[in-house]
Design a protein around this ligand. Structure first.
Ligand SMILES: NC(=O)c1ccc[n+]([C@@H]2O[C@H](COP(=O)([O-])OP(=O)(O)OC[C@H]3O[C@@H](n4cnc5c(N)ncnc54)[C@H](OP(=O)(O)O)[C@@H]3O)[C@@H](O)[C@H]2O)c1
Length: 272
């Protein structure tokens, strides 16, 4: 089934579903997961320099025979590589490992204090050089975004943050929507930790869907891009079956009500 796109603030189209490869081991494991995802119809892969599997992602894309232009590829700048010049070098290294001439989206992985403004200037150059088609950020709070928008006219295309009904960051979500910054959810499955929650299970039973599909569909209906990770073919397929059903208003409300600030990953709230 074809994945719908969102249109980013630079006009580029981004598939609403991608495969995440955090904690997917370099080598065969990553290569196989990406191949299964592409076979299942995914056209969007989310990796990062720090995941150490960019080369495997690139190899899988080439092996698939799918034209590069048909795949939306994201990678991320690691913290140690922040700074205007360091960014340029780090991006070249990621492109080399991936074996591609450009990425569709390059993200600042984390708002490193004292470096992020400089790094953003590096991102402006990468856009000019067409090595990066869209520039975005990750783990930015409203405070970090305000700082960025106050110092640059380049509005991030995307903010990738942890997001699920159990971490419903409504204020940040609305802030990004107002400013044309596309929200992208990592940890959309709570790394599997809340799939047995009774309210999620009840909705899944009623809709004859799985709990994972319910969590992903909830985000999609909020117009948020999702990048669930799996290394298993049946789950990769399951996680892609999101566009032939909808949650009803009451079900969305129930899920909206589950917030408990539950995080599976790092917390940028107090990042200076
Ligand atoms: N920007 C950042 O700082 C940041 C941080 C974290 C993650 N991310 C990105 O976001 C992606 C997704 O987040 P995530 O990997 O942390 O967590 P996630 O996608 O919420 O959950 C992945 C976990 O759920 C399991 N799973 C997947 N599909 C399932 C299903 N249908 N039923 C039951 N369990 C299922 C996976 O196990 P199996 O693999 O065994 O199936 C894995 O343990 C990452 O891969 C990465 O690309 C970005």
């Amino acid at each position: 089934m074809k994945t719908p796109n969102v249109t980013l603030n630079n006009g580029l189209k981004m598939p609403m579903l991608g495969l995440g490869v955090y904690q997917t081991r370099p080598g065969k494991e990553t290569e196989q997961a990406v191949i299964w995802a592409l076979e299942a119809g995914y056209r969007h892969i989310d990796t990062a320099a720090v995941y150490k599997n960019e080369a495997d992602v690139g190899r899988a894309i080439r092996a698939s025979g799918i034209p590069r232009a048909d795949i939306f590829l994201t990678t991320k700048l690691w913290n140690a590589d922040q700074g205007e010049d360091a960014v340029l070098k780090a991006c070249d290294q990621s492109l080399d490992r991936l074996g591609v001439e450009y990425v569709d989206l390059y993200l600042i992985h984390w708002p490193v204090e004292g470096k992020r403004k400089e790094s953003w200037r590096g991102f402006e150059k990468l856009l000019d050089q067409k090595k990066v088609l869209s520039a975005g950020v990750s783990n930015y709070t409203e405070r970090h975004l305000e700082e960025l928008l106050g110092s640059s006219s380049l509005v991030p295309a995307v903010n990738q943050i942890e997001f699920s009904p159990f971490l419903y960051q409504k204020k940040l979500y609305e802030y990004c929507m107002r400013r044309g910054i596309q929200l992208e959810a990592y940890g959309p499955l709570t790394q599997g930790k809340k799939l047995d929650h009774p309210a999620v299970q009840a909705i899944a039973r009623n809709r004859e869907r799985t709990a994972a599909q319910v969590l992903l569909r909830w985000a999609i209906q909020h117009e948020i891009v999702v990048i669930p990770k799996s290394i298993r073919q049946e789950r990769i397929q399951e996680n892609s079956q999101l566009f032939d059903f909808s949650l009803k208003a009451g079900e969305m409300e129930t899920l909206d009500g589950l917030n408990e600030n539950f995080r599976t990953c790092w917390d940028p709230t107090d990042a200076p």
